[in-house]
Design a protein around this ligand. Structure first.
Ligand code: SF4
Length: 491
């Protein structure tokens, strides 16, 4: 692979081809004025749109992303591939020659949404190339052509490295092009990556998954686990630091299962420490960790390296050993809680978050109580909670003892209320503390700034200063609620 480049957002705002070409090669030097919290996607789209008007002569593309951070970053890389081939991003699908949906199939609703989007093009797709990427593409495969014959490209994430070839086929008149091969040991590395986030940059270090959780489609949609070399990851981290990024987020479906295929043979913790050591990098996040591969060494790294963020997302899924076994989660409640205790008893306060599923087939009232008691034991700082829904190509799909929907909803509400109380109490302990916040939003009308702490808490604060966007500031916490803490900027 040739030299690689990252396109920062400002490179997309300028508009001319000359500006674009320069921006690909020039480092990002200073943060741009940032959009308000909650509005970045719109703001970024309009920034890209501003650049596109003068590029109208080229081929244009629009990509909409569903699902997780891995998908967000895959879209950044796909956009880089396209921009490297002379395609320009546009603000709406109607303006685009190539419309791509990067999809998620983790829940039925996400899949339905994509088919609704595809339905929009039934009579309007004339001359456009419509493509489906990602997990739904892999899951449904050529069936997508049956349901939406106006689609020309179906490509799963394990085949993204073949995208240039697939685009060649489309450009030379290919009608139906697919990339659905799952049998690969390669990762998706791009010569150009568009960067849609202004202050924090993603680096995927491991793709796919070798676990086989009973409810999860990922091993069937993203393929087997494969890691990038530490050399390649570190080169990307250095490039991002040179471009002005100070925060990096290492991504992987099971990020801590990372194994360097290069001569160093590093484990995840070695790579984590090395990325944190890159000059200019002030914060390194990582997600998602699998409890099985979560080691004391990772906790020690967080405790001893300030640049490694003190936040761990460690999905438990259930507090019941019986259900964990049925889910094929490969650890017990006791083993999981032991790992939580390493963090809770450590030298640095580590924020812990989790995913929990309620209503897995066969989950009894007692099993659910075990999940409730696990919340009390773990004292999470936040959770993502879900009602179980059966997904195609998973071993849990046809399990007996399905839980009625209203019972799942009831359990979910009880769980969320208990977690809300825990979160509020935990956030209240921060009142009076001073925390470092990376400022990423501003609401001038309300006179409020926003940002995140190293432990990933959302903080709203007031300040007598202006131009704080992109700055690391000290904030004294004065109030707390379940999802937010508030305070004032102190020098
Ligand atoms: S570890 Fe389990 S839940 Fe996570 S991606 Fe792999 S199979 Fe899915």
């Amino acid at each position: 692979m040739g030299k690689t480049f990252d396109i920062g957002i400002e490179s997309l705002a300028g508009g001319t081809a000359v500006r674009k070409a320069a921006a690909v090669r020039e480092p990002r030097t200073a943060p741009l004025p940032l959009p308000l919290r909650g509005a970045p996607k719109t703001a970024l789209r309009s920034m890209r749109g501003a650049g596109v008007a003068v590029e109208a002569a080229g081929k244009s593309f629009f990509i909409e992303t569903f699902g997780c951070q891995m998908n967000d970053h895959d879209s950044e890389k796909v956009a880089g591939v396209l921009q490297g081939r002379g395609y320009w991003p546009v603000e709406t699908p109607a303006q685009a020659d190539l419309v791509l949906y990067n999809t998620c199939s983790i829940r039925e609703k996400a899949a339905q949404k994509v088919f609704a989007r595809l339905g929009d093009w039934k009579t309007l797709s004339d001359g456009k190339i419509i493509g489906v990427l990602g997990c739904l593409a892999q899951q449904e495969g050529e069936e997508i052509f049956e349901r939406a014959p106006w689609v020309s490209l179906v490509c799963g994430s394990a085949s993204y490295r073949k995208l240039p070839e697939l685009i060649d086929q489309l450009e030379s008149g290919g009608r139906r092009v697919t990339g659905l091969d799952l049998d690969t040991d390669e990762t998706f590395e791009t010569e150009i990556t568009r960067r849609d986030r202004l202050l924090s940059a993603y680096i995927t270090i491991i793709e796919g998954c070798d676990y086989a959780c009973a409810y999860c489609v990922v091993p069937r949609t993203r393929g087997p686990e494969r890691s990038r070399t530490s050399e390649s990851v570190l080169a990307e981290a250095r490039r991002l630091a040179d471009a002005g990024y100070t925060e990096i987020q290492l991504l992987g479906q099971t990020v801590n299962s990372y194994r360097d295929p290069g001569p160093r043979g590093w484990r995840f913790v070695d790579l984590l420490r090395a990325v944190a050591d890159v000059p200019g990098i002030r914060r390194v996040r990582f997600t998602t960790s699998h409890p099985n591969d979560f080691t004391r060494e990772i906790v020690e790294a967080i405790e001893t390296v300030p640049a490694i963020c003190n936040h761990v997302h460690l999905p438990v899924q259930s507090g019941s050993d019986r259900i964990l076994k049925a889910m094929r989660r490969t650890y017990t409640r006791g083993e999981y809680l032991e790992k939580i205790s390493w963090m809770r008893e450590g030298k640095r306060d580590i924020s812990i978050t989790s995913d929990i599923i309620v209503g897995f087939p066969g989950e009894t009232a007692e099993d659910f109580e075990e999940s409730m008691s696990l919340l009390d034991a773990a004292q999470y700082d936040a959770i993502f909670s879900f009602k179980y829904s059966p997904r195609p190509n998973t071993s849990a799909k046809d399990l007996p003892d399905a839980i009625p929907e209203d019972e799942k909803s009831r359990r979910l509400a009880i769980l969320n209320e208990r977690q809300r109380q825990i979160q509020t109490a935990r956030n209240e302990t921060l009142v009076g503390e001073t925390m470092q916040v990376l400022t990423d939003g501003h609401h001038p009308a309300r006179g409020v700034w926003g940002g995140r702490t190293s432990c990933n808490r959302l903080v709203n604060f007031t300040s007598t200063r202006d131009a704080l966007l992109g700055e690391y500031v000290q904030v004294k916490i004065l109030r707390a609620s379940a999802n937010l803490v508030g305070g004032e900027h102190v020098e």
